[in-house]
Design a protein around this ligand. Structure first.
Ligand code: DLL
Length: 433
């Protein structure tokens, strides 16, 4: 099933011809309207007219999050303010937010790409979409909302929070599709259990989860606990919001990135060199249809790989693999690189531990330490100390064997690690680096 069959299945040569045409036009747009880009291109000695093929993209410089910060709030906008109909911002961990603006046409595009994403995930008109992504400056809530309306589904704009009420509404309103962060979906499952509500009796069929990294093992856990097909959706506010890429329910093998609107590349984050198909590195995206704030070769800092292999669903758009995390979330513990999602995948596979964890990194003397706090099953917690000690040893050993990093496992009581209604906080890094 497609939302826009013609564009979703466009044969590669036609897709690439369209990309080039759109790329050339967006370059003209930013060169003419955004002083930052004019100056940047001049510094690199390139002009929009020099870009005659898609490969020429590599001649252009990158845009970074820092460039966005330096242009706060509206410096990178390529449309006059009276054409901007919506403003979003992402909070970020430090300082000022990153601000993005949408023209009317940008909102139309976003709605279509979210509608396409819903259909790829197995949703359709007639579905009751329970949208528990936060509404507000965060793009999750409104992005999914407009897409659901465009699809013609019934959307419940519940936003995040008040979990007991969420569960009541899911039951009473007969929600068939759930949209929220993967961590929040597990929190819902836990609350439902405490309330004596059986997810298997709900009408939910599909869950569309994103906005934070999650592992394949976590998918298994969510599918079992919520009794639905869990689909990975990716996006970032700088590029648009949710719906930049999504898994198709037919394959669940990588996320199709909507290439008629975005050109993806994978680079080595250290050297900036483009990597080959299948190689893991940093995702760089060029937006080719945006008007409000088009971005040229934007460094997302998300780590993934790209494949152009045809997919069984029939979509011709390239796929990115599940994100392992952001390059800046990668922990370097005594020289070993680890992503929280790799630790998650190990924890979720161990019998007796719950999918709620927190990684605490510290530096004692000159040595990095990693403490893995994880909740254990209620039944185990009341068991003998020896059983718990054995479990802690098993966790430490598996993490050492699989990732090469030494940690200490701290088993904590059920429901003691803070739950999130949005993006989960998985790491506390106390090192002053
Ligand atoms: O999180 C947009 C979004 C909303 C995506 C709802 C999906 C669903 P930001 O707040 O700007 O936007 O955060 C973007 O979140 O660069 C990734 O690091 C991370 N991220 C988003 N989706 C995924 C995913 C929204 N499926 C940042 N897997 C991105 C891993 C993800 N990380």
């Amino acid at each position: 099933m497609f939302y826009n069959e013609e564009f979703e299945t466009l044969p590669r040569p036609a897709l690439e011809a369209l990309q080039l045409k759109r790329l050339q036009s967006v370059l003209e747009r930013v060169y003419a309207n955004v002083p930052f880009y004019k100056a940047l291109f001049e510094r690199y000695g390139v002009r929009p007219a020099d870009i005659q093929g898609l490969d020429d993209l590599q001649r252009l410089p990158f845009t970074t999050k820092q460039d966005m910060r330096d242009s706060y709030p509206y410096g990178l906008f390529a449309a006059p303010m009276d054409e901007i109909v919506r403003i979003h911002a992402s909070s970020g961990t430090t300082g000022k937010p990153t601000v993005v603006g949408y023209t009317h046409r940008d909102i139309e595009t976003w709605s279509e790409l979210m509608a396409r994403s819903f259909v790829a995930a197995g949703a359709h008109k007639g579905d009751i979409i329970h949208n528990a992504y936060g509404y507000g400056l965060f793009t999750g809530g409104l992005g999914a909302h407009y897409g659901a309306e465009r699809l013609g589904a019934s959307v419940i704009p519940i936003s995040g929070g008040n979990t007991k009420r969420q569960i009541m509404i899911m039951q009473d309103f007969g929600s068939t599709v759930l949209t929220c962060t993967p961590s929040y979906s597990l929190f819902m499952a836990e609350e439902a259990k405490a309330e004596g509500v059986d997810f298997k009796k709900l009408k939910l069929r599909v869950g569309i989860f994103g906005a934070e990294p999650w592992s394949e093992a976590m998918r298994g856990e969510i599918e079992a606990k919520l009794n639905l097909a869990a689909i990975d959706i990716y996006g970032l506010s700088e590029i648009m919001g949710p719906g930049v890429a999504i898994e198709c329910i037919e394959a669940k093998q990588g996320l199709h990135i909507w290439e008629d609107h975005f050109i993806p590349e994978i680079i080595n984050p250290q050297t900036g060199q483009r990597l080959a198909e299948g190689e893991r590195g940093e995702l760089v995206i060029t937006t080719i249809t945006k008007q409000g704030i088009p971005l040229i070769r934007y460094r997302t800092r998300d780590i993934t790989s790209l494949t152009y292999e045809p997919c069984i669903c029939g979509r011709s758009h390239a796929r990115i693999t599940r994100m392992s995390g952001r390059s800046d979330d990668m922990l370097i513990i005594r020289g070993v690189n680890v992503f929280p999602s790799q630790i998650e995948a190990i924890l979720v596979g161990i019998e007796g531990v719950e999918p709620h964890y927190l990684l605490v990194v510290d530096r004692i003397g000159n040595l990095d330490t990693l403490e893995v706090q994880v909740e254990v099953d209620e039944r185990l917690f009341s068991d003998e100390v020896k059983v718990l000690q054995r479990l802690a040893k098993q966790i430490e050993k598996e993490i050492k064997d699989m990732l090469g990093v030494t940690c200490s496992a701290k088993l904590v009581e059920p429901k003691t690690i803070q739950r999130s209604e949005g993006k989960a906080k998985r790491v506390i890094d106390n090192r002053k680096l």
